[in-house]
Design a protein around this ligand. Structure first.
Ligand SMILES: [Mg+2]
Ligand SMILES: [Zn+2]
Length: 240
């Protein structure tokens, strides 16, 4: 459906776990992670974790194999494919990183459904090591949003999507997420938009304790099948 922008968070929304925590736990990095946690910004810490894996002889493809095992609930992949088939513009705004997000979406055959993925950048360097950096360059002036972590304001990304649309092009947003970082973008939504918080997760709690601040219509979901049903219902409602 032209004019509908569906924005997905990634961790605990598309995949059932947090991809950073998944890799740390599954690849045996928990003790080092806990030791360094309080002394480093999150992205630097994840970059350091990747360095640790490489120093143990693990490769980028080992990390990829670990990511491919992350569980996705039934309904999520079909929801993505259906929304794409209906002509919606699908996007991801995630505080994970490019490599983690793209590896998992590709594995499940839906990477091509997304027009944009806004997340912390990553690349494989000349030595074959995976490097992870903040979305918002920490050497630049701060993004100025006190709701969001210093490396990424998801509401800022929503503002950018809005300004990229021409005046005549009226777009309606459907935002799907679970975490505290999804509250700022939810506040940017308008009355013709929709927010889909995962029930009993932090975003849902923030929304329910600040209902007057939310202009968008709220549709909660608990599992993949509910997400699929609610999302397709909203798309159908907008289209008719
Ligand atoms: Mg999340
Ligand atoms: Zn923000």
């Amino acid at each position: 459906m032209a004019g509908i922008v569906v924005i997905f968070d990634f961790d605990r929304t598309i995949i059932d776990s947090d991809s950073d925590n998944w890799v740390v736990t599954e690849m045996g990095l928990t003790p080092l992670f806990n030791e360094l946690r309080s002394s480093m910004p999150w992205n630097s810490l994840m970059d350091r974790m990747m360095m640790e894996l490489h120093s143990q002889g693990k490769t980028v493809s080992d990390i990829g194999e670990c990511l491919k095992r992350a569980f996705i609930q039934p309904g999520i992949i079909t929801a993505i494919k259906s929304a794409f088939a209906l002509g919606c513009d699908l996007r991801i705004i995630s505080d994970a990183n490019q490599f983690f997000v793209k590896t998992i979406l590709q594995h499940h055959g839906v990477l091509g459904c997304f027009s944009h993925i806004s997340t912390n950048p990553s690349y494989v360097d000349e030595e074959g090591k995976l490097r992870i950096f903040p979305y918002h360059d920490l050497n630049l002036p701060p993004h100025g949003c006190n709701l969001c972590p210093s490396n990424m304001c998801k509401g800022f990304v929503i503002d950018q999507i809005r300004v990229s649309a021409s005046e005549s092009e009226r777009r309606r947003f459907i935002y799907i997420g679970d975490g505290t970082g999804d509250f700022c973008p939810s506040l940017k939504l308008r009355s013709e938009d929709f927010v889909m918080p995962r029930k009993d997760f932090p975003l849902w709690k923030h929304i329910h304790s600040n209902k007057k601040l939310i202009k968008a219509q709220i549709h909660e979901w608990s599992n993949g099948e509910e997400l699929e049903k609610a999302l397709l219902h909203i798309i159908n409602t907008i289209s008719t």
